[in-house]
Design a protein around this ligand. Structure first.
Ligand code: DP6
Length: 310
């Protein structure tokens, strides 16, 4: 096969990946745990062609340039090396989540790219091998390859560092109600942020304690970010407003908890039966005037897969 299309969900980390022990291999400082997000997907078609002089990468209808393109090319090079091929590729990628929501995800992007490029190159890899390879493109992408709830075990070697499903998507009918408080692209991406993690005196303590609780780890990661040199401040006033609101709703008996990735948007996790209540609360006028721009809700998603050939 010379052409294939891969589809992958984004994922939200419940225990965060922040900091690498080996930057080049993307071996993480700590184990992390995530759930795939069914409503947020990337679809990527890869075609290896002998008539191309260089790789052409189009993301959401715009031809990628500079470091965004180079990162994709580096990943294609890994696939070419494994498949012993030289042909350049045409890569066309679309995100189904609205552009400019601040949710653009390297996880779904590199998981879909890995699945598509390997199939197009004629490689038949197992899910574990695909996850391991996706990790090299973006750490969190290894958790988007298998489905449902995924553990990425921190281990010292490349061979054992990949995501594994610990429970399928239907194991727990959770929803992620995402309060989008800022749509702009972040000034400092995760890759640079990981490299700064060890400059915070809090990182060693965070990694040593691997906080088991959801909100605790999101807050510990942001504490590391804020105490890195230079510091990273991803929160906006509305981020804090939503976090405080979630705590108040929980104190009133609603089953909901928040988490935040490397950005200002707040993910409110709740059982399916509370999702419409949580959505209504997040859309309330007080939070809208605090800065909540829009709300997106997702259930738990399955594994990355190939799209049927047309
Ligand atoms: C805050 O996987 O985006 O979302 O490996 O450099 O691509 P790279 O980083 P990335 O980092 C994700 C950081 C996070 C937490 C998480 O998803 O675990």
């Amino acid at each position: 096969m010379r052409q294939a299309t891969g589809v992958s969900c984004a994922n939200i980390a419940l225990v965060k990946y922040w900091g690498n022990r080996d930057r080049a291999l993307r071996l993480p400082a700590n184990s992390s745990l995530s759930m795939n997000l069914a409503s947020l997907t990337t679809t990527t078609t890869v075609e290896f062609r002998d008539d191309l002089a260089s790789d052409v990468v189009t993301i959401d209808d715009v031809e990628a340039q500079g470091s965004a393109r180079e990162r994709v090319v580096a990943h294609l090079d890994r696939v070419r090396a494994l498949a012993s091929i030289n042909a350049k590729a045409c890569v066309v990628s679309h995100n189904n989540f609205p552009a400019g929501t601040g949710l653009a995800s390297s996880a779904s992007a590199f998981a879909a790219l890995t699945v598509a490029a390997c199939a197009a190159a004629g490689l038949a890899l197992s899910t574990d091998e695909l996850s391991r390879l996706a990790r090299r493109g973006s750490g969190s992408a290894c958790r988007s390859v298998p489905g449902g709830f995924v553990l990425w075990d921190a281990c010292d070697e490349d061979d054992c560092s990949f995501g594994r499903t610990i429970a399928p998507a239907d194991h727990w009918d959770l929803r992620d109600v995402i309060a989008i408080v800022e749509s702009a692209h972040k000034a400092t991406g995760s890759t640079e942020g990981h490299a700064l993690a060890d400059s915070s005196p809090l990182q060693a303590a965070r990694v040593a304690s691997t906080p088991p609780r959801l909100e605790q780890d999101a807050l510990a990661m942001h504490a590391v970010m804020m105490t890195s040199a230079p510091p990273l401040f991803y929160w906006r006033p509305a981020t804090l407003a939503v976090m405080r609101a979630v705590r108040a709703w929980r104190a009133d008996g609603l089953a909901v908890a928040f988490t935040i990735d490397a950005g200002p948007n707040v993910h409110c996790l709740c059982p399916a039966e509370s999702a419409s209540k949580v959505e209504t609360l997040v859309r309330a006028r007080s939070l809208r005037s605090a800065g909540v721009e829009r709300v997106l809700t997702s259930s738990v998603g399955g594994p990355a897969h190939l799209a049927p050939r047309r």
